[in-house]
Design a protein around this ligand. Structure first.
Ligand SMILES: [Zn+2]
Length: 144
């Protein structure tokens, strides 16, 4: 664990998160600044900065979890596609974004590029109650 790392703190339980899935190796929770409702993050519990440096078993677990989340998001939000991507931006702890795509440009993303193509803005923080409800709905879908 890296003590100054936000996601290590979430993975260890030192900081709260709207969790949707957890096992001994990975954790999935809602992005506090969602591009779209249901925008989830999947992280390894151990500290790795870059996704390309993840051991294969962790990369596979993260992808498999993201596939389950994607199926849940399609069922919940009735979207034709879900995007999964690693950007390496914002928090230096590898995290896969899983975003229900209501629009083709959700992934480019107009929300991130709000301040122009040379800057990265953060979408507004989601409403806490809404995030809690969303976490419950997605995690219930993952059980099925
Ligand atoms: Zn970390």
């Amino acid at each position: 664990m890296q003590h100054d790392c936000l996601f290590c703190k979430i993975a260890s339980g030192a900081l709260p998160a709207h969790k949707i899935y957890e096992d001994d190796h990975i954790l999935a929770f809602l992005d506090l600044h969602p591009i779209r409702a249901g925008h989830s993050l999947v992280i390894p519990k151990t500290h790795h900065v870059w996704f390309e440096d993840l051991p294969e078993h962790l990369a596979t677990r993260i992808t498999t979890c993201a596939q389950k989340i994607a199926r849940a998001q399609k069922a919940i939000y009735k979207v034709p596609r879900v995007s999964m991507f690693y950007t390496g931006i914002h928090v230096p702890h590898a995290h896969a974004h899983v975003v229900p795509m209501h629009h083709m440009h959700d992934v480019t993303s107009s929300a991130y590029l709000h301040d122009g193509a040379t800057a990265f803005s953060t979408p507004p923080q989601g409403d806490a109650r809404e995030l809690t409800d969303t976490a419950t709905i997605i995690s219930e879908h993952l059980i099925n």
